[in-house]
Unconditional design. Structure first.
Lengths: 541, 122
């Protein structure tokens, strides 16, 4: 901001200064200052500077041309011949600056925005036609000019068309314009306008040194330097994340206008009675048609790609939905299975016991009716013992639903209690290796406890094992559980596929562990025992 | 009345046997499952077989059907923890004389056994 404000004052001073030596040298001093400040700033920056050096190289060529022109004019004292060495250096500035700016664009887009490139080309071709008809054709037709003079005078507007193309490329970049790009685009616009005005005024002999046109050239120097000094200058060479770009109505209108320009120009020239540049206009029309065709093909491909992506997303969504339905179905069936198991457990255990106790009570009543106090007392004694056994049985059913130890005394104690009960009930020899690690969240604890419960239930029902080894040890940032038996084993693939036959135990274990964010593995073979492992980490869901 | 008891729950069967004996029934044997009950019934030709419904291996319905198909078929009374009407129908269709829900008193069970022996063969 300070640079722009200071430069504005200096440029105003330049504009108001009297024509003559002060203005001539003032122009050179301002140009040189800008290049010096920019070079110093570029040397200090750590971001990619290649494109910027090209741009400064272009500025240096402009300055060099001015310097040579001034030195030669002062030494010669008369008007310089045309073309001179100064023209060669001036003309070099156009391609060098264009390379710098296009490399900036490439660093930003990674060269992957073909649509914008085509749009910029359409604008450039149209501008080229305009430039040819109004600036170049009159000079080409000038019979008094020598061939070198003619070529050089054509090269200037051609250079402007080139820069205009670069400007279109900058202006049509995807996304919101970067502030540094905006500075460069405004500067470039002013430069092209000043250069075109210079060409027109020189042609018509109305150019006067030190006026607004020269200020326009200096504005370019100032804005390039402002861009180099801008705090966000480094961002410009970082690749942009390209998103899908909508073809705005404004752009569509501009592109339509640009594409229709050659035939409209032909009509206007014909109406004015001016020379018709038929080959150029036809050539440009063909070029524009091809560019529009390329753009259209690109759009069609974009639509195709979008449709394919949409189709893929739809497929993924459908698969996810099917998976969700499957999971829900299995969850419901597992819940139903669990209820069935609980009902059977209640039927085979507590209900039979209570009925038996009822018969015992019946017998005690009969004994009392028969005044057989001794038998009645013995029966009441039996009743007390069996009632107390039954209370334990009911407690076991309750514990299988939700072990109180899990909440009150933690996972290790709950597992220990469960295994002690399991060993006493089944006679299977149980070895344990239980180590406390970091506290884990309740979901993880429940999941691991259920795995122990289900694995021991399988051992009890199917394995015919004589010993069981259970390890629960800290593993990385969580816990690792391993339950191994020396039982008859089975073919895991066949068993895991038999979910439809009602074998939810293994599937249920796996899903419970996976839903808690862990991994579950099963190793078993007929005759080779079974090992179930689960690993869960602390931050599992 | 000469009875054979069939129940896979040993403790319950023992309590029931003692109760029926106290009430004056003659309990010939207590079988733990269907196969054992069939063998005992062939051997001892009881008046009535009192059987549980849900047992490992052969269930009470199947046992009833096989018992009723014996040359000298005993009467069958089913004693189950289930109250489902469909199970009752199934048991009666298989040839059971009656269906009792576990929890009936000893007197009710004895009455059912006696009633079964009085049943007119169809």
């Amino acid at each position: 901001v300070w640079w722009l404000a200071g430069s504005a004052v200096v440029l105003l001073g330049y504009l108001l200064a009297p024509t003559g030596t002060v203005k001539t040298y003032g122009f050179l001093v301002i140009g040189f200052s800008c290049i010096a400040v920019s070079s110093a700033a570029l040397r200090r920056t750590r971001s990619l500077t290649g494109p910027w050096w090209w741009l400064l190289g272009g500025l240096a060529c402009l300055f060099g041309g001015d310097a040579i022109y001034t030195v030669l004019s002062v030494r010669g004292g008369t008007e310089l011949p045309f073309p001179s060495l100064a023209d060669a250096v001036y003309l070099l500035a156009y391609p060098v600056m264009a390379v710098g700016l296009l490399r900036l664009v490439r660093a930003r887009t990674g060269g992957s925005d073909r649509g914008n490139l085509v749009d910029a080309s359409i604008v450039t071709v149209s501008a080229g036609v305009l430039s040819w008809v109004f600036l170049m054709a009159p000079q080409a037709a000038d019979g008094e000019m020598s061939l070198p003079a003619k070529l050089v005078s054509l090269a200037y507007p051609l250079g402007d068309v080139l820069l205009l193309g670069v400007l279109a490329r900058l202006a049509l970049l995807p996304g919101r314009a970067h502030p540094v790009l905006r500075l460069l685009a405004v500067g470039l616009f002013v430069l092209v306008a000043a250069d075109t005005a210079y060409g027109v005024t020189v042609l018509s002999g109305t150019y006067s040194e030190g006026g607004l046109i020269d200020v326009g050239f200096l504005v370019w120097y100032v804005l390039v330097t402002a861009a180099v000094l801008h705090p966000q200058m480094g961002e410009l060479t970082q690749p942009l994340v390209l998103q899908h770009q909508r073809l705005s109505y404004l752009r569509l209108a501009a592109l339509t206008g640009a594409s229709l320009l050659p035939p409209v120009l032909l009509a206007v020239q014909s109406w004015r009675g001016a020379a018709l540049e038929v080959p150029v206009v036809v050539g440009a029309t063909i070029a524009l048609f091809l560019l529009v065709l390329i753009r259209m093909t690109g759009l069609v491909h974009e639509v195709d790609d979008a449709r394919r992506a949409l189709q893929a997303t739809l497929c993924e969504l459908q698969a996810a939905q099917a998976e969700r339905r499957g999971l829900l179905d299995r969850t419901l069936r597992a819940a139903e299975e669990e209820r069935k198991r609980l009902a059977a457990e209640l039927h085979d255990g507590p209900i039979q016991r209570l009925i038996g106790l009822g018969y015992c009570l019946d017998r005690a009543a009969i004994a009392l009716q028969r005044s057989d106090a001794e038998t009645a007392a013995r029966l009441v004694q039996t009743l007390q013992t069996e009632l107390s056994d039954e209370t334990r049985g009911l407690r076991r059913v309750m514990a299988s639903l939700r072990p109180p130890a899990l909440e009150q005394r933690g996972l290790l104690r709950a597992v220990q209690d469960h295994l002690t009960d399991f060993a006493a009930r089944t006679g299977v020899r149980v070895q344990t290796e239980l180590q406390a690690g970091q506290p884990v969240n309740p979901n993880v604890e429940t999941a691991l406890f259920r795995v122990v419960q289900e694995a021991t239930r399988n051992v009890e029902k199917h394995a015919r094992a004589s010993s069981l080894h259970v390890a629960l040890i800290p593993h990385q940032r969580g816990l690792r559980l391993q339950v191994s038996d020396d039982g008859c084993g089975f073919d895991p693939a066949a068993r895991l596929e038999s979910v439809d036959a009602g074998h939810y135990g293994l599937i249920g274990m796996r899903e419970r562990v996976e839903m808690a964010g862990g991994t579950w593995t099963l190793i078993s073979s007929p005759g080779g025992g079974t090992t179930v492992s689960a690993e869960l980490v602390e931050d599992s869901r | 009345v000469r009875v054979v008891l069939v129940d896979d729950d040993r403790l319950l069967a023992e309590h029931l046997r003692d109760l029926l004996v106290d009430l004056g029934a003659q309990v010939l044997s207590v079988a733990q499952g269907g196969d054992q009950a069939l063998a005992v019934a062939r051997l001892l030709t009881p008046d009535v077989v009192l059987t549980d419904l849900r047992m490992p291996g052969m269930d009470g319905i199947e046992l009833t059907r096989l018992l009723r198909a014996l040359p000298e078929p005993p009467e069958v009374v089913v004693l189950s923890a289930y109250e489902d009407a469909s199970l009752q129908t199934e048991a009666l269709d298989a040839g059971a004389a009656s269906y009792l829900v576990k929890g009936s008193t000893g007197t009710q069970v004895l009455a059912a056994l006696q009633a079964a022996t009085r049943r007119v063969p169809c």
